[in-house]
Design a protein around this ligand. Structure first.
Ligand code: UD1
Length: 406
Protein backbone atom coordinates (compact mmCIF):
# COMPACT_ATOMS: atom_id res chain seq x y z
CA UNK A 1 0.00 0.00 0.00
CA UNK A 2 1.36 3.45 -0.81
CA UNK A 3 0.62 6.79 0.88
CA UNK A 4 0.83 10.32 -0.43
CA UNK A 5 2.13 12.79 2.14
CA UNK A 6 1.07 16.31 1.19
CA UNK A 7 1.97 19.68 2.73
CA UNK A 8 -0.94 21.84 1.63
CA UNK A 9 -2.22 25.37 1.99
CA UNK A 10 -0.08 27.15 -0.59
CA UNK A 11 -1.35 28.30 -4.00
CA UNK A 12 0.11 26.55 -7.03
CA UNK A 13 0.91 27.82 -10.49
CA UNK A 14 1.86 26.58 -13.92
CA UNK A 15 0.59 24.81 -17.01
CA UNK A 16 -0.59 21.21 -17.23
CA UNK A 17 -0.58 19.17 -20.42
CA UNK A 18 -3.01 16.29 -19.94
CA UNK A 19 -1.83 12.79 -20.84
CA UNK A 20 -3.71 10.50 -23.20
CA UNK A 21 -7.17 9.54 -21.99
CA UNK A 22 -7.44 6.39 -19.88
CA UNK A 23 -11.03 5.82 -20.96
CA UNK A 24 -9.95 6.01 -24.58
CA UNK A 25 -6.74 3.99 -24.37
CA UNK A 26 -8.25 0.96 -22.60
CA UNK A 27 -10.98 0.02 -25.13
CA UNK A 28 -8.56 0.65 -28.01
CA UNK A 29 -5.93 -1.65 -26.43
CA UNK A 30 -8.55 -4.42 -26.17
CA UNK A 31 -9.73 -3.62 -29.73
CA UNK A 32 -6.24 -4.39 -31.08
CA UNK A 33 -6.95 -8.06 -30.29
CA UNK A 34 -9.52 -8.01 -33.13
CA UNK A 35 -6.99 -6.52 -35.55
CA UNK A 36 -4.58 -9.25 -36.62
CA UNK A 37 -1.18 -7.65 -37.19
CA UNK A 38 0.66 -4.70 -35.70
CA UNK A 39 -1.32 -1.73 -34.36
CA UNK A 40 0.44 1.51 -33.44
CA UNK A 41 -1.04 3.70 -30.72
CA UNK A 42 0.35 7.13 -29.92
CA UNK A 43 -0.06 8.93 -26.61
CA UNK A 44 -1.08 5.92 -24.50
CA UNK A 45 -0.69 7.03 -20.87
CA UNK A 46 1.66 5.08 -18.62
CA UNK A 47 -0.84 4.33 -15.85
CA UNK A 48 -1.62 1.16 -13.92
CA UNK A 49 -4.81 0.31 -15.83
CA UNK A 50 -2.90 0.45 -19.13
CA UNK A 51 -0.08 -1.74 -17.77
CA UNK A 52 -2.57 -4.35 -16.53
CA UNK A 53 -4.48 -4.29 -19.85
CA UNK A 54 -1.24 -4.91 -21.74
CA UNK A 55 -0.35 -7.74 -19.35
CA UNK A 56 -3.77 -9.30 -19.96
CA UNK A 57 -3.50 -9.27 -23.75
CA UNK A 58 0.11 -10.47 -23.46
CA UNK A 59 -1.13 -13.61 -21.68
CA UNK A 60 -3.09 -14.31 -24.89
CA UNK A 61 0.04 -13.94 -27.02
CA UNK A 62 0.08 -10.23 -27.94
CA UNK A 63 3.47 -8.59 -27.96
CA UNK A 64 3.51 -4.99 -26.67
CA UNK A 65 6.49 -2.66 -27.11
CA UNK A 66 6.80 1.02 -26.28
CA UNK A 67 9.23 3.02 -28.41
CA UNK A 68 9.16 6.70 -27.55
CA UNK A 69 5.61 7.98 -27.83
CA UNK A 70 4.42 4.93 -29.78
CA UNK A 71 3.03 1.69 -28.39
CA UNK A 72 3.28 -1.21 -30.84
CA UNK A 73 0.89 -4.09 -30.25
CA UNK A 74 1.48 -7.16 -32.40
CA UNK A 75 -1.53 -9.48 -32.31
CA UNK A 76 -0.45 -11.75 -35.18
CA UNK A 77 0.08 -14.86 -33.06
CA UNK A 78 -2.57 -14.99 -30.37
CA UNK A 79 -4.66 -17.83 -29.13
CA UNK A 80 -7.38 -17.96 -26.52
CA UNK A 81 -6.73 -19.11 -23.02
CA UNK A 82 -8.44 -17.77 -19.96
CA UNK A 83 -6.47 -14.72 -18.69
CA UNK A 84 -5.46 -15.05 -15.00
CA UNK A 85 -8.14 -13.82 -12.61
CA UNK A 86 -5.41 -12.07 -10.63
CA UNK A 87 -5.11 -9.65 -13.60
CA UNK A 88 -8.72 -9.56 -14.81
CA UNK A 89 -10.04 -8.61 -11.37
CA UNK A 90 -7.71 -5.60 -11.13
CA UNK A 91 -9.41 -3.47 -13.79
CA UNK A 92 -12.90 -2.77 -15.05
CA UNK A 93 -11.72 -2.60 -18.65
CA UNK A 94 -11.19 -6.37 -18.66
CA UNK A 95 -14.94 -6.49 -19.43
CA UNK A 96 -13.85 -5.55 -22.99
CA UNK A 97 -12.44 -9.09 -23.26
CA UNK A 98 -16.01 -10.03 -24.13
CA UNK A 99 -16.00 -8.08 -27.40
CA UNK A 100 -12.36 -8.56 -28.27
CA UNK A 101 -12.01 -12.28 -27.52
CA UNK A 102 -15.40 -13.38 -28.86
CA UNK A 103 -14.69 -11.28 -31.96
CA UNK A 104 -11.26 -12.85 -32.47
CA UNK A 105 -11.50 -16.37 -30.99
CA UNK A 106 -15.25 -17.02 -30.71
CA UNK A 107 -15.06 -17.31 -26.92
CA UNK A 108 -14.47 -15.31 -23.73
CA UNK A 109 -14.81 -15.71 -19.99
CA UNK A 110 -16.74 -12.93 -18.29
CA UNK A 111 -16.49 -13.46 -14.54
CA UNK A 112 -15.43 -10.98 -11.88
CA UNK A 113 -14.15 -7.74 -13.39
CA UNK A 114 -12.36 -5.21 -11.22
CA UNK A 115 -12.20 -1.43 -11.17
CA UNK A 116 -13.80 1.21 -8.99
CA UNK A 117 -16.58 -0.33 -6.94
CA UNK A 118 -18.95 2.62 -6.33
CA UNK A 119 -21.80 0.10 -6.59
CA UNK A 120 -22.72 -3.07 -8.38
CA UNK A 121 -21.74 -2.44 -12.02
CA UNK A 122 -24.02 -4.62 -14.17
CA UNK A 123 -23.19 -6.02 -17.62
CA UNK A 124 -26.68 -7.21 -18.60
CA UNK A 125 -26.75 -4.82 -21.59
CA UNK A 126 -23.38 -6.17 -22.83
CA UNK A 127 -24.68 -9.74 -22.56
CA UNK A 128 -28.02 -9.16 -24.22
CA UNK A 129 -26.33 -7.34 -27.14
CA UNK A 130 -23.87 -10.24 -27.48
CA UNK A 131 -26.75 -12.73 -27.50
CA UNK A 132 -28.58 -10.76 -30.18
CA UNK A 133 -25.42 -10.91 -32.30
CA UNK A 134 -25.34 -14.72 -32.00
CA UNK A 135 -23.49 -15.49 -28.77
CA UNK A 136 -24.46 -18.22 -26.33
CA UNK A 137 -23.75 -17.75 -22.64
CA UNK A 138 -22.86 -20.75 -20.40
CA UNK A 139 -22.24 -19.54 -16.85
CA UNK A 140 -19.17 -17.35 -17.24
CA UNK A 141 -18.32 -18.49 -20.77
CA UNK A 142 -19.55 -16.66 -23.87
CA UNK A 143 -19.33 -18.61 -27.14
CA UNK A 144 -20.07 -17.69 -30.73
CA UNK A 145 -19.51 -19.98 -33.72
CA UNK A 146 -20.53 -17.06 -35.91
CA UNK A 147 -21.61 -13.50 -35.23
CA UNK A 148 -24.42 -12.07 -37.35
CA UNK A 149 -25.21 -8.36 -37.56
CA UNK A 150 -28.58 -7.09 -36.36
CA UNK A 151 -30.25 -4.01 -34.82
CA UNK A 152 -29.33 -3.41 -31.15
CA UNK A 153 -31.34 -0.92 -29.12
CA UNK A 154 -30.09 0.37 -25.76
CA UNK A 155 -32.61 2.16 -23.59
CA UNK A 156 -29.85 3.94 -21.67
CA UNK A 157 -26.39 5.14 -22.68
CA UNK A 158 -23.73 2.69 -21.52
CA UNK A 159 -20.10 3.26 -22.43
CA UNK A 160 -19.11 -0.34 -21.72
CA UNK A 161 -22.03 -1.93 -23.60
CA UNK A 162 -21.46 0.39 -26.58
CA UNK A 163 -17.76 -0.54 -26.71
CA UNK A 164 -18.40 -4.30 -26.52
CA UNK A 165 -21.15 -4.12 -29.15
CA UNK A 166 -18.93 -2.12 -31.53
CA UNK A 167 -16.18 -4.73 -31.08
CA UNK A 168 -18.50 -7.67 -31.73
CA UNK A 169 -20.29 -6.00 -34.65
CA UNK A 170 -16.97 -5.16 -36.31
CA UNK A 171 -16.43 -8.91 -36.77
CA UNK A 172 -20.06 -9.93 -37.39
CA UNK A 173 -21.37 -10.95 -40.80
CA UNK A 174 -23.52 -8.21 -42.31
CA UNK A 175 -24.86 -4.97 -40.90
CA UNK A 176 -25.35 -4.00 -37.24
CA UNK A 177 -27.03 -0.79 -36.16
CA UNK A 178 -26.59 0.36 -32.53
CA UNK A 179 -29.36 2.68 -31.35
CA UNK A 180 -29.10 4.56 -28.04
CA UNK A 181 -25.28 4.43 -28.13
CA UNK A 182 -22.99 6.29 -25.69
CA UNK A 183 -21.55 9.42 -27.31
CA UNK A 184 -18.42 9.95 -25.21
CA UNK A 185 -15.37 11.23 -27.11
CA UNK A 186 -13.55 7.98 -26.34
CA UNK A 187 -16.19 6.03 -28.28
CA UNK A 188 -15.39 8.27 -31.26
CA UNK A 189 -11.66 7.60 -30.74
CA UNK A 190 -12.34 3.83 -30.78
CA UNK A 191 -14.34 4.14 -34.00
CA UNK A 192 -11.50 6.13 -35.65
CA UNK A 193 -9.03 3.44 -34.65
CA UNK A 194 -11.19 0.59 -35.97
CA UNK A 195 -11.68 2.42 -39.28
CA UNK A 196 -7.90 2.52 -39.79
CA UNK A 197 -7.91 -1.25 -39.16
CA UNK A 198 -10.40 -1.74 -42.01
CA UNK A 199 -13.75 -1.50 -40.20
CA UNK A 200 -16.69 0.03 -42.05
CA UNK A 201 -18.43 2.18 -39.45
CA UNK A 202 -20.75 5.09 -40.12
CA UNK A 203 -22.21 7.35 -37.50
CA UNK A 204 -25.56 9.10 -37.65
CA UNK A 205 -27.28 11.03 -34.92
CA UNK A 206 -29.63 8.08 -34.36
CA UNK A 207 -27.34 5.05 -34.63
CA UNK A 208 -23.89 3.62 -35.33
CA UNK A 209 -23.89 1.40 -38.42
CA UNK A 210 -21.21 -1.29 -38.73
CA UNK A 211 -20.51 -3.73 -41.59
CA UNK A 212 -18.41 -6.58 -40.21
CA UNK A 213 -14.99 -7.04 -41.81
CA UNK A 214 -11.66 -8.81 -41.37
CA UNK A 215 -9.48 -6.34 -39.48
CA UNK A 216 -5.74 -5.77 -39.67
CA UNK A 217 -3.44 -3.60 -37.53
CA UNK A 218 -4.67 -0.02 -37.08
CA UNK A 219 -3.15 3.30 -36.04
CA UNK A 220 -4.41 6.09 -33.82
CA UNK A 221 -3.56 8.84 -31.40
CA UNK A 222 -5.26 8.62 -28.02
CA UNK A 223 -7.24 11.79 -27.31
CA UNK A 224 -6.18 13.97 -24.34
CA UNK A 225 -7.70 13.07 -20.99
CA UNK A 226 -10.50 15.55 -20.30
CA UNK A 227 -11.09 14.07 -16.84
CA UNK A 228 -7.47 14.77 -15.95
CA UNK A 229 -7.88 18.30 -17.41
CA UNK A 230 -11.01 18.87 -15.30
CA UNK A 231 -9.25 17.52 -12.21
CA UNK A 232 -6.42 20.09 -12.49
CA UNK A 233 -8.94 22.88 -13.18
CA UNK A 234 -10.88 21.85 -10.04
CA UNK A 235 -7.59 21.86 -8.11
CA UNK A 236 -6.88 25.36 -9.39
CA UNK A 237 -10.21 26.71 -8.16
CA UNK A 238 -10.13 24.80 -4.88
CA UNK A 239 -6.67 26.11 -3.97
CA UNK A 240 -7.08 29.61 -5.46
CA UNK A 241 -4.19 28.82 -7.81
CA UNK A 242 -3.12 30.00 -11.21
CA UNK A 243 -3.10 26.73 -13.15
CA UNK A 244 -3.83 26.58 -16.87
CA UNK A 245 -4.57 23.36 -18.71
CA UNK A 246 -4.07 22.61 -22.39
CA UNK A 247 -7.55 21.39 -23.30
CA UNK A 248 -10.48 21.82 -25.62
CA UNK A 249 -13.24 24.02 -24.20
CA UNK A 250 -15.76 22.14 -26.35
CA UNK A 251 -14.96 18.77 -24.82
CA UNK A 252 -15.05 20.17 -21.29
CA UNK A 253 -18.18 22.23 -22.03
CA UNK A 254 -20.53 20.81 -19.38
CA UNK A 255 -17.87 21.06 -16.64
CA UNK A 256 -16.87 24.61 -17.59
CA UNK A 257 -20.51 25.71 -17.85
CA UNK A 258 -21.20 24.49 -14.29
CA UNK A 259 -18.14 26.34 -12.95
CA UNK A 260 -19.00 29.55 -14.80
CA UNK A 261 -22.61 29.34 -13.53
CA UNK A 262 -21.17 29.20 -10.02
CA UNK A 263 -19.24 32.43 -10.66
CA UNK A 264 -15.84 31.23 -11.93
CA UNK A 265 -14.13 33.28 -14.61
CA UNK A 266 -13.13 31.23 -17.66
CA UNK A 267 -10.13 32.17 -19.78
CA UNK A 268 -9.70 30.20 -23.00
CA UNK A 269 -6.72 31.42 -24.93
CA UNK A 270 -6.59 29.18 -27.98
CA UNK A 271 -6.75 25.82 -26.29
CA UNK A 272 -5.19 26.82 -22.95
CA UNK A 273 -7.92 27.00 -20.33
CA UNK A 274 -7.91 28.55 -16.86
CA UNK A 275 -10.59 29.07 -14.22
CA UNK A 276 -10.26 31.78 -11.60
CA UNK A 277 -12.21 34.01 -9.23
CA UNK A 278 -14.42 33.27 -6.26
CA UNK A 279 -17.53 31.21 -6.77
CA UNK A 280 -20.20 33.51 -5.40
CA UNK A 281 -23.09 31.14 -6.20
CA UNK A 282 -23.56 27.55 -4.98
CA UNK A 283 -22.20 25.13 -7.61
CA UNK A 284 -24.74 22.79 -9.16
CA UNK A 285 -23.55 19.55 -10.71
CA UNK A 286 -25.89 16.97 -12.25
CA UNK A 287 -24.08 14.02 -13.82
CA UNK A 288 -25.32 12.46 -17.06
CA UNK A 289 -23.91 10.62 -20.08
CA UNK A 290 -22.03 12.77 -22.61
CA UNK A 291 -22.57 15.63 -23.36
CA UNK A 292 -23.77 15.93 -19.73
CA UNK A 293 -21.52 16.54 -16.71
CA UNK A 294 -19.16 13.51 -16.45
CA UNK A 295 -19.63 11.29 -13.41
CA UNK A 296 -15.82 10.95 -13.33
CA UNK A 297 -15.49 14.66 -12.47
CA UNK A 298 -18.10 15.00 -9.73
CA UNK A 299 -15.96 13.98 -6.69
CA UNK A 300 -13.33 16.60 -7.62
CA UNK A 301 -15.95 19.38 -7.50
CA UNK A 302 -16.88 18.75 -3.84
CA UNK A 303 -13.71 20.44 -2.44
CA UNK A 304 -14.35 23.40 -4.78
CA UNK A 305 -17.86 23.72 -3.33
CA UNK A 306 -16.47 23.51 0.20
CA UNK A 307 -14.02 26.38 -0.41
CA UNK A 308 -16.63 28.79 -1.77
CA UNK A 309 -20.44 28.95 -1.49
CA UNK A 310 -21.17 25.25 -1.17
CA UNK A 311 -23.21 23.38 -3.74
CA UNK A 312 -25.23 20.38 -4.76
CA UNK A 313 -24.29 17.20 -6.61
CA UNK A 314 -26.95 15.01 -8.20
CA UNK A 315 -25.42 11.73 -9.39
CA UNK A 316 -27.45 10.05 -12.12
CA UNK A 317 -24.93 7.54 -13.54
CA UNK A 318 -23.68 5.81 -10.35
CA UNK A 319 -26.33 6.86 -7.84
CA UNK A 320 -24.26 5.88 -4.80
CA UNK A 321 -20.92 7.31 -5.94
CA UNK A 322 -20.50 9.25 -2.70
CA UNK A 323 -18.28 6.91 -0.66
CA UNK A 324 -15.57 9.57 -0.80
CA UNK A 325 -17.60 12.11 1.22
CA UNK A 326 -16.94 10.35 4.52
CA UNK A 327 -13.21 10.56 3.82
CA UNK A 328 -13.50 14.18 2.68
CA UNK A 329 -15.26 15.00 5.95
CA UNK A 330 -12.00 14.11 7.75
CA UNK A 331 -10.62 17.31 6.19
CA UNK A 332 -13.59 19.24 7.63
CA UNK A 333 -15.88 19.16 4.58
CA UNK A 334 -19.46 19.28 5.83
CA UNK A 335 -22.19 17.61 3.78
CA UNK A 336 -25.56 15.96 3.85
CA UNK A 337 -26.48 13.04 1.65
CA UNK A 338 -29.99 12.12 0.54
CA UNK A 339 -30.06 9.22 -1.93
CA UNK A 340 -28.26 10.34 -5.07
CA UNK A 341 -28.13 14.00 -3.94
CA UNK A 342 -25.32 15.46 -1.86
CA UNK A 343 -25.27 19.01 -0.49
CA UNK A 344 -21.83 20.36 0.34
CA UNK A 345 -21.59 23.22 2.85
CA UNK A 346 -18.98 25.99 2.78
CA UNK A 347 -16.35 24.52 5.11
CA UNK A 348 -13.00 25.36 6.62
CA UNK A 349 -10.55 22.59 5.75
CA UNK A 350 -7.77 21.26 7.98
CA UNK A 351 -5.13 18.59 7.41
CA UNK A 352 -6.16 14.96 7.83
CA UNK A 353 -5.36 11.30 7.22
CA UNK A 354 -7.84 9.74 4.78
CA UNK A 355 -8.20 6.64 2.60
CA UNK A 356 -8.74 6.79 -1.18
CA UNK A 357 -11.59 4.37 -1.88
CA UNK A 358 -11.38 4.67 -5.68
CA UNK A 359 -9.60 6.55 -8.43
CA UNK A 360 -11.61 9.79 -8.61
CA UNK A 361 -12.26 9.70 -4.86
CA UNK A 362 -8.47 9.71 -4.50
CA UNK A 363 -8.25 12.77 -6.75
CA UNK A 364 -10.83 14.59 -4.60
CA UNK A 365 -8.87 13.79 -1.41
CA UNK A 366 -5.65 14.98 -3.03
CA UNK A 367 -7.32 18.31 -3.84
CA UNK A 368 -8.51 18.62 -0.23
CA UNK A 369 -5.01 17.80 1.05
CA UNK A 370 -3.50 20.50 -1.16
CA UNK A 371 -6.10 23.01 0.14
CA UNK A 372 -5.59 22.27 3.84
CA UNK A 373 -2.71 23.85 5.72
CA UNK A 374 -0.30 21.38 7.30
CA UNK A 375 0.59 17.79 6.53
CA UNK A 376 -2.04 15.36 5.27
CA UNK A 377 -1.75 11.71 4.35
CA UNK A 378 -3.74 9.87 1.69
CA UNK A 379 -3.67 6.13 2.15
CA UNK A 380 -4.28 3.50 -0.54
CA UNK A 381 -2.88 6.07 -2.98
CA UNK A 382 -2.07 3.46 -5.63
CA UNK A 383 -5.70 3.72 -6.81
CA UNK A 384 -4.84 7.23 -8.03
CA UNK A 385 -2.06 5.78 -10.23
CA UNK A 386 -4.72 3.76 -12.03
CA UNK A 387 -5.75 6.85 -13.98
CA UNK A 388 -3.36 9.79 -13.46
CA UNK A 389 -0.01 9.63 -15.23
CA UNK A 390 2.99 11.07 -13.33
CA UNK A 391 0.71 12.76 -10.83
CA UNK A 392 3.42 13.47 -8.26
CA UNK A 393 5.76 14.95 -10.87
CA UNK A 394 2.98 17.04 -12.43
CA UNK A 395 1.93 18.41 -9.03
CA UNK A 396 5.53 19.17 -8.06
CA UNK A 397 5.95 21.09 -11.32
CA UNK A 398 3.05 23.27 -10.09
CA UNK A 399 4.88 23.85 -6.79
CA UNK A 400 3.14 21.23 -4.62
CA UNK A 401 4.98 19.57 -1.74
CA UNK A 402 4.13 15.92 -2.09
CA UNK A 403 5.95 12.67 -1.33
CA UNK A 404 5.09 9.03 -1.76
CA UNK A 405 5.78 6.59 1.07
CA UNK A 406 5.27 2.85 0.96
C1 UD1 B 1 -19.37 4.76 -16.67
C2 UD1 B 1 -19.50 6.16 -17.20
C3 UD1 B 1 -18.15 6.57 -17.72
C4 UD1 B 1 -17.13 6.45 -16.59
C5 UD1 B 1 -17.15 5.09 -15.92
C6 UD1 B 1 -16.30 5.03 -14.65
C7 UD1 B 1 -21.40 7.14 -18.42
C8 UD1 B 1 -22.45 6.93 -19.43
N1 UD1 B 1 -20.52 6.14 -18.24
O1 UD1 B 1 -18.87 3.92 -17.71
O2 UD1 B 1 -18.19 7.90 -18.21
O3 UD1 B 1 -15.84 6.69 -17.09
O4 UD1 B 1 -18.48 4.76 -15.55
O5 UD1 B 1 -16.76 5.95 -13.75
O6 UD1 B 1 -21.34 8.18 -17.80
N2 UD1 B 1 -25.73 -0.16 -16.95
C9 UD1 B 1 -26.67 -1.17 -16.85
N3 UD1 B 1 -26.40 -2.36 -17.48
C10 UD1 B 1 -25.27 -2.57 -18.20
C11 UD1 B 1 -24.31 -1.53 -18.28
C12 UD1 B 1 -24.58 -0.34 -17.64
O7 UD1 B 1 -27.70 -1.02 -16.23
O8 UD1 B 1 -25.07 -3.66 -18.75
C13 UD1 B 1 -25.99 1.13 -16.27
C14 UD1 B 1 -25.04 1.34 -15.11
O9 UD1 B 1 -25.54 0.81 -13.92
C15 UD1 B 1 -24.91 2.86 -15.08
C16 UD1 B 1 -25.13 3.28 -16.54
O10 UD1 B 1 -25.74 2.17 -17.18
O11 UD1 B 1 -25.95 3.42 -14.32
C17 UD1 B 1 -23.86 3.66 -17.27
O12 UD1 B 1 -22.94 2.58 -17.17
P1 UD1 B 1 -21.76 2.37 -18.21
O13 UD1 B 1 -21.59 3.58 -19.06
O14 UD1 B 1 -21.91 1.07 -18.88
O15 UD1 B 1 -20.55 2.22 -17.23
P2 UD1 B 1 -19.07 2.32 -17.62
O16 UD1 B 1 -18.79 1.81 -18.97
O17 UD1 B 1 -18.32 1.76 -16.47
Amino acid sequence: MSNLVVSGGAPLSGKVIPSGSKNSALPIIFATVLCRGVSVLYGVPDITDVRVSLEIISTLGASCTRIGEALYIDTSDMEYNRPPLSLVTRIRASSYLLGSCVGRFGRAHISAFGGCAFENRPIDMHISAAQRLGCTVWDDLVLASSLVGTDIRFDKASVGATVNTILLASRAKGRTRIFGYAREMHIMNLISFLRTAGAKITLTDGYIEIEGRTLTGGVCRIIPDMIEAGTYLSLSLATGSDISVVASGTELASFLAAMVDGGAVLTDSGGEIALSGSLSEPLRVTTAPHPGFPTDLQPQTAPVMARYSGGEIIENVWRSRFGYLDELSKFGVEYTLMGNRAVIMPSRLHSAVAVACDLRAGAALLIAALMAEGESVIKNAEVIDRGYERIIEKLRELGAKIERTE
